[in-house]
Design a protein around this ligand. Structure first.
Ligand code: ADP
Ligand code: MG
Length: 411
């Protein structure tokens, strides 16, 4: 077995340890605590990939120890130094043939994102039918297939639609429910960071994603701003976009081994579907429009971002239905922002003494408990006066028209 996956993680642990040391020497204890925390995370991730029981045990010990150091630094400002020092790590455990690909693996590991753990289907307002459909098709992709029967669930899908409508949230919810390792890739960012190397980087990404499926857990590769890879040719940098795109497409194509479940799934997302060409689109089994929330969905989103966050609401004066009626054409993100602004104003009104307490010193602010009161409809009034939705009617038409056109050309 190729052991570069756990090796890269071990190397990442070492890197975080030496970072922690440097930071401690510079007296930056809180920063050092963060490095220890990361070291612990990498150590934990590597445990799953180690096949040798002794190695796993040793790594578990180390992870616990680094967590303790981190916590101790955070609370007492002192490192409760345990047994393992970076230099005690047997040198022969970290062997690399290729410095570059090692660095690439480390970059890829940094793309693993734990946010999905906090996103449930219930944290997403509206989109009821789509949620059921996603559960069904990802269920099909994971379930046992009877002998001789050839059925497939969704392996690769593309979300498109206006920004702020829940595309990322949906990808996170799927990953959470499937207990998947979530690789969060922003196309534009990785292409600019890895000029000239992007094709190779993508194959490293998919190779590691496959490796992480060893224990039956799927990997989800979420590629946001997919359009950034497909814009019209001609620029010099464009070449690299094309290389990266070609690599992604061949990965998507290449590993659907017949008769064997492929646990690496790709979810693309874009606000500019018209920048994607037919060759790209045909690789994705489904292209799914995530458009603006309707009235019922907006009511749901208001609830999620108010009571869903533990904020009290005065139901005699505030109705979610009424808020939903007044917020036509807002995206989920705009509704969330509105709730945040209203909450911020309520907090400012209820807690005017906070700046003074900060002046008085850490102890007095830490012993103060924030006051809240139930939100009322009038709290929203000032914000509804100058609502200017981010999404225009023309934008919406463009998405619809594109959807119709692509159905005709790709299917
Ligand atoms: N359907 C929704 N339900 C609840 N919150 C939403 C919804 N859509 C968007 N939001 C809010 O907007 C933010 C951005 O959503 P996101 O999924 O990143 O949008 P997109 O990926 O479509 O641009 C979310 O973090 C959330 O706070
Ligand atoms: Mg997004």
């Amino acid at each position: 077995m190729n052991k570069q996956g756990p090796d890269a993680l071990k190397k990442a642990v070492e890197r975080m340890l030496s970072e922690a040391n440097t930071r401690m020497q510079a007296g930056k204890n809180l920063d050092a605590a963060r490095s220890y925390k990361k070291a612990a995370q990498f150590a934990e991730q590597s445990i799953e990939l180690l096949s040798d029981a002794d190695e796993r045990r040793a790594m578990t010990l180390r992870a616990t120890e680094y967590k303790q150091r981190s916590r101790s630094l955070e609370t007492t400002g002192r490192a409760d130094l345990g047994r393992v020092k970076p230099s005690e790590m047997p040198a022969d455990e970290i062997v690399y043939s290729d410095e570059d690909s090692d660095l690439q693996e480390q970059q890829i590991l940094l793309l693993i994102d734990d946010t999905p753990r906090t996103i449930e289907w219930e944290s997403i307002g509206g989109l009821l039918e789509l949620k059921e459909e996603l559960k069904f098709h990802y269920g099909l992709a994971m379930a046992k297939v009877p002998e001789g029967v050839d059925v497939e669930g969704w392996q690769n899908i593309m979300f498109y639609g206006p920004p702020g409508t829940g595309k990322t949230l949906l990808a996170c919810a799927i990953a959470n429910k499937l207990n998947a390792t979530f690789f969060n890739v922003k196309a534009s960012q990785i292409v600019s960071k890895w000029v000239g190397e992007s094709g190779k980087l993508i194959s490293t990404l998919y190779r590691l994603a496959r490796k992480f499926t060893k224990d039956g857990r799927p990997s989800i590769i979420f590629i946001d701003e997919f359009d950034a890879l497909c814009k019209s040719r001609g620029f010099e940098g464009q070449l690299y976009h094309q290389q990266m795109l070609a690599a992604i497409l061949s990965e998507i194509d290449g590993f659907a081994n017949k008769g064997q479940r492929n646990l690496v799934m790709t979810i693309g997302a874009t606000n500019r579907p018209w920048d994607l060409d037919a060759a790209v689109l045909s690789r994705f089994e489904r292209r799914i429009l995530i458009t603006l929330p309707d009235e019922a969905a907006r009511a749901d989103i208001f609830r999620i971002h108010l009571e869903g966050r533990g904020l009290a609401v005065d139901h005699r004066s505030l109705s979610y239905e009424k808020l939903a009626k007044m917020s036509d054409r807002l995206t989920g993100r705009e509704v969330a922002r509105l709730c945040k602004e209203v909450t911020a104003r309520m907090l400012a009104e209820m807690n005017p003494e906070i700046p003074k307490l900060v002046d008085d010193g850490l102890r007095s602010i830490q012993s103060y408990e924030i006051k809240v009161r139930p939100l009322r409809h009038i709290d929203f009034d000032p914000f509804f006066c100058d609502l200017a939705p981010d999404t225009s009617i023309k934008d919406l038409q463009n998405y619809d028209q594109w959807g119709v056109k692509v159905k005709e050309s790709v299917l």
